[in-house]
Design a protein around this ligand. Structure first.
Ligand code: FES
Ligand SMILES: [Fe+2]
Length: 389
């Protein structure tokens, strides 16, 4: 984030403290509880997500030529590889012969080719089929250049690798336009963070029983801090004071820490928002960035069924801080403890949704970002409907 934006935000925080204000929408809004378990709604949302650029890794996870990772995202097994020209390719991890997984390990490095463990077909880093054992005799009619691995649109920007999973479009699109996805303003703001200079520290994932939207929404308001986090992180933050801004479908939320008040005594040129607030970006549709002083944690909530989700957390740190292992370990422990308070609450909410005791949820005026997020989902579902043949 540029210094100019930081100063504007800190000025706004000062104003809100003085006037006892927070971000407020025009009015409360009501949202159908059935959207959190209805299977038709889920199917529409799932295919909408497949059309969005999704972050699948940080570039530093595959720093050297031939480094790859493989993982399953939204049910699609993918391989991401660093190529000789230092760019990245993304392929579906399915051999063209009889469909076996080409790669079984979750990461590794190849010298030249991927070799399928089933019958030995080989593919180069561009996904071209380059060797078929017993080709002349057994596959005399096979045109090698007609069977490259299925590739997915992929780009590396702001240090992260972004992929679009939908393969049904059959488009020739090779890259993901992250700049237009984020919008010029947010793209510039991300550029200033220089996340491409950061290094992958750790990733972990686990499954929980709630609808994916419920998980993402947990981090779009801070009204709950004084209650849900009263024994963990609440002491750090100003109560019920937030700043929210929308950038296309994405939302930036600022949760100011109590320490922000100390800045008001200092010259404006020295103001630094990062140590004095948690800066959150909800990157549509399922990723939340938590920006801290010298690291960031990326929380992603992938839908697995209408009422279950896969949670993935990736921690990225400034490279020169990499050696402070005990510091990061403690930091990650505290982060996990806090987000588990949120996510375990989601599980209780999901049980409540299922009872059908409530037809609607109410988002307060001070939970305006929740309403903005749901409007973005609805808008994207509408856009998907229009695109259908
Ligand atoms: S399935 Fe890969 S070589 Fe046969
Ligand atoms: Fe929370």
């Amino acid at each position: 984030m540029e210094q100019r934006t930081q100063i504007q935000l800190i000025e706004e925080i000062r104003k809100r403290i003085t006037n006892k204000e927070t971000e407020l929408g025009e009015k409360e809004t009501h949202w159908l509880v059935s959207d959190y378990y209805d299977s038709e709604q889920y199917t529409k949302e799932f295919s909408m997500i497949m059309n969005q650029p999704l972050i699948v890794a940080h570039g530093s996870e595959i720093p050297k030529v031939g480094d790859y990772i493989s993982k399953t995202v939204m049910g699609v097994p993918i391989i991401i590889i660093r190529t000789p020209n230092k760019s990245v390719n993304a392929f579906v991890n399915a051999c063209k012969h009889r469909g076996a997984s080409l790669v079984l390990k979750d990461h590794g490095r190849i010298r030249k080719n991927f070799i399928c463990p089933y019958h030995g077909w080989a593919y180069d880093m561009e996904g071209n089929l380059c060797n078929v054992p017993d080709k002349e005799r057994s596959f005399p009619n096979l045109e090698m250049n007609c069977y490259p691995l299925s590739s997915l649109p992929v780009s590396e920007r702001h240090g992260f690798i972004w992929v679009r999973l939908n393969q049904e479009k059959k488009s020739e699109e090779r890259t993901v336009n992250v700049e237009s996805f984020l919008g010029l303003q947010l793209d510039q703001e991300f550029k200033a963070y220089q996340f491409d200079q950061y290094t992958f520290y750790r990733k972990e994932s686990w499954r929980m029983k709630f609808n994916w939207k419920c998980g993402v929404e947990q981090f779009l308001e801070n009204y709950h801090f004084a209650f849900l986090h009263k024994d963990s992180t609440n002491w750090l933050f100003l109560h019920n004071l937030a700043i929210c801004d929308q950038f296309q479908n994405h939302i930036r939320g600022i949760a100011p820490k109590r320490s922000v008040k100390d800045l008001f005594q200092q010259p404006v040129e020295e103001w630094d928002l990062r140590p004095n607030a948690t800066i959150l970006y909800t990157i549509f549709p399922l990723s939340t960035f938590f920006i801290e002083k010298s690291h960031l944690s990326l929380l992603q909530i992938f839908p697995e069924s209408p009422e279950t989700s896969l949670i993935e957390v990736t921690h990225i740190v400034q490279e020169d801080c990499l050696s402070k292992r005990s510091f990061w370990e403690e930091n990650i422990r505290l982060f996990k403890a806090a987000i588990m308070e949120d996510l375990e609450t989601c599980e209780t909410m999901q049980v409540g949704f299922r009872t059908k005791a409530n037809k609607h949820l109410i988002f307060g005026r001070n939970e305006v970002a929740l309403a903005q997020y749901r409007e973005c989902i609805n808008k994207s579902l509408e856009e998907d409907k229009v695109k259908l043949p």
